[in-house]
Design a protein around this ligand. Structure first.
Ligand code: GDG
Length: 508
């Protein structure tokens, strides 16, 4: 177990009270390499800028004043496991200022430093201009650049070295996502005693698409360094197995591959949300009041339609707005009865594809409002910012129809959050069949976002759905979402990793 002393700062180190959930666990410096029984390795440390101004107290160990642990689903799911097992989180802190390890709420956080050039090549370049579009059905043309690939290799080496340093003998190391696909094999070379799990949050492409990546074999071999490789849905796992067969000549026996004299387990582990947290927020009096106030602010229309996405070309925001525009133009919907709210959280703003997408979205919003909206009463309310969690939940409660229409998405948690927040059993979810969540949320009004006709019909179906049918569907959706939480997801993955075949001990 870890030998971190938590709950009090190290001697001489001034404490900073955490603002996460009002807990009082301080950031304290840690200096115990090789002490963590569970290590999470992810591109980012779970740190963010607080939404409220800093209280002015000084942080320690170069944690800049005003940083806090980000309260997202992943950290919510993993923090208790890390606390119970004694765990560490290895990741890029998102800034150049943070270099020393520190701890928070029984987690040791180990920053991995990146230079601005590495960030540009490894993260913006190879991760987000090569892999992201390639893994999302090449909705945008993946760009190839040898310098980006070289940076990806060297940054993955650094992450693997950091994980190797903090993992206790026999520890479980859980590597996350497309930015770190080489880490499993690199880490295995450094630490053959640890168990290595890898989970991909985004889709894995078909072998035909994957063949467009010149470094495809290296990526496959990188992933095959794990004892367990997990995907969102079975189809992603099947795509991976097909490429592994073709490129690395693995033997396949059901869900277990044999590669290089070792077994590699493959599985689908659909991620979920903190259902209890969403339900608690959705049922508070404050949220109910705020949801009613939002409807009033929107002009008390009969139907509020909602979209909530990172501003990303994979999310199908343009197709959704075009469908809404066309229905208004055709007079099928009317601005007096139908108002749309689109939250588009700023994302990857340094990349040209994202700037272009933002321009397309904003042109469409202007077009729709220009053509249809009376003065002071927009038809589309466009929020290009991140909202506080409670406001997001109030919006879910205010919305009669939730439009989740990605062109391709690993899972899509917004769909699950909407369902979890509909505690009164009302509301209609329109969900793309290209989202991983469509495999579980069959009772949604499923739609093909690539087909404008289907999208328009789905919106009309949603706003005109008989109350009985809507409630029947929502009851099924709610029972599905409630039966599988993010905590169960983490438990399932980690227990599958515990049961994966034992690694060969060094020297054995
Ligand atoms: C990747 C995969 C997979 C959004 N707007 C606000 C806000 N959000 C939160 C949502 C949700 C999260 O962001 C978005 O999650 P998604 O699953 O929709 O999408 P990605 O960011 O693309 O995530 C995806 C996921 O990883 C997990 O494996 O499902 O397929 O692409 O939780 O609530 N949160 C707040 N304000 C906002 O304005 N507070």
């Amino acid at each position: 177990m870890t030998s971190l002393v938590l709950g009090q700062p190290l001697r001489g180190a001034p404490a900073e009270r955490s603002r996460l959930d009002g807990t009082e666990a301080p950031f304290v410096s840690v200096g115990h390499p090789g002490a963590a029984d569970l290590v999470v390795v992810a591109n980012r440390l779970p740190l963010c800028r607080p939404s409220s101004p800093s209280n002015g107290r000084r942080s320690i160990d170069a944690v800049p004043t005003g940083w806090e642990i980000s309260p997202g689903g992943l950290v919510g799911a993993l923090a208790p496991v890390l606390a119970a097992r004694g765990g560490a989180w290895v990741g890029w802190p998102g800034t150049t200022g943070l270099t020393l390890p520190f701890s928070h709420a029984h987690m040791a956080l180990h920053p991995v430093a990146l230079t601005p050039l590495e960030h540009e090549r490894y993260y913006e370049g190879f991760s987000n201009r090569t892999l992201w579009p390639l893994y999302h059905d090449a909705i945008r043309a993946p760009e190839l650049d040898l310098d980006w690939w070289n940076a990806y290799v060297s940054v993955n080496e650094r992450f693997a070295a950091a994980a190797a340093e903090v993992a206790a003998p026999g520890a479980a190391v859980w590597v996350h996502d497309y930015q770190l696909q080489l880490v499993p094999a690199l880490l295995r070379r450094l630490r053959s005693d640890v168990k290595i799990g890898f989970f991909l949050h985004i889709p894995f492409p078909s072998p035909e698409l994957f063949a467009g990546l010149p470094w495809r074999r290296q990526v496959i071999v990188g992933l095959l360094g794990a004892d367990l490789v997990g995907f969102q849905v079975p189809n992603d796992a099947a795509n991976f197995v097909r490429s592994a067969r073709a490129l690395a000549r693995v033997d396949v026996c059901s869900r277990r591959l044999r590669f290089d004299g070792r077994a590699v387990d493959i599985g689908a582990f659909p991620i979920s949300i903190d259902v209890e947290k969403v339900e608690r927020a959705a049922s508070s009096d404050q949220t109910v009041r705020r949801a009613a106030a939002i409807r009033d602010e929107l002009g008390a229309p009969r139907h509020v339609l909602l979209g909530v996405d990172r501003l990303d070309y994979t999310k199908g925001i343009v197709a959704r707005l075009e469908a809404f525009r066309d229905l208004l133009r055709a007079g099928v919907l009317s601005v007096s009865d139908h108002v749309m709210v689109q939250v588009a959280v700023p994302s990857r703003e340094g990349l040209v594809q994202y700037c272009a997408e933002r321009e397309r979205i904003e042109r469409l919003v202007d077009e729709i409002n220009g053509e249809n909206a009376p003065m002071g009463r927009p038809a589309v309310h466009y929020l290009h910012r991140s909202l506080p969690f409670d406001e997001l939940i109030a919006l879910y409660r205010a919305a009669d129809v939730m439009l989740v229409t990605p062109l391709r998405d690993g899972m899509n948690l917004v769909a699950k959050e909407y369902v979890a927040s509909r505690i009164d059993g009302s509301g209609v979810l329109v969900l793309s069949t290209f989202a991983g969540s469509a495999r579980e949320l069959h009772a949604a009004r499923l739609v093909d976002p690539h087909d404008g006709d289907d999208l328009r019909t789905a919106i009309v179906d949603a706003v005109s759905m008989p109350v009985d049918e809507a409630r029947r569907r929502m009851a099924r959706l709610r029972s599905t979402v409630r039966s599988s939480t993010v905590h169960q997801w983490a438990d399932r993955f980690l227990s599958a990793l515990d049961h994966a075949s034992l690694p060969v001990l060094s020297g054995a």
